[in-house]
Design a protein around this ligand. Structure first.
Ligand SMILES: [Zn+2]
Length: 96
């Protein structure tokens, strides 16, 4: 199972596509990567992807998967999964 991806409006071609990084679609990211022009597009940093992953992580945990299994399903390390878990718990503490 691959990590879930977010759709973006590409910063280069303006089309909608699966986000590869730096607000670029997969094709544009590859093109800029191969042509050495990726630096023109600043890193979004991965907070958006991380938020999407944490949402998926929460859903998997809600289905009864362990932290380790939910992490594996999302393609992240168990350590990342534990960090997601801590963030979810911190969020619950705030809202309850
Ligand atoms: Zn594009």
């Amino acid at each position: 199972m691959t990590a879930p991806r977010v759709e973006v409006e590409c910063a280069c071609c303006g089309g909608t596509g699966l986000h590869q990084g730096r607000a670029l679609c997969h094709a544009c990211y590859q093109w800029h990567h191969e042509n050495g022009t990726l630096h023109k597009y600043p890193q979004l940093h991965t907070w958006l992807e991380t938020l999407a992953r944490i949402a998926d992580f929460a859903e998997l945990r809600g289905r009864g998967l362990s932290v380790r299994r939910a992490s594996a399903a999302l393609g992240v390390t168990a350590r990342s999964g534990q960090r997601y878990e801590q963030r979810l718990k911190a969020r619950q503490a705030v809202t309850s």
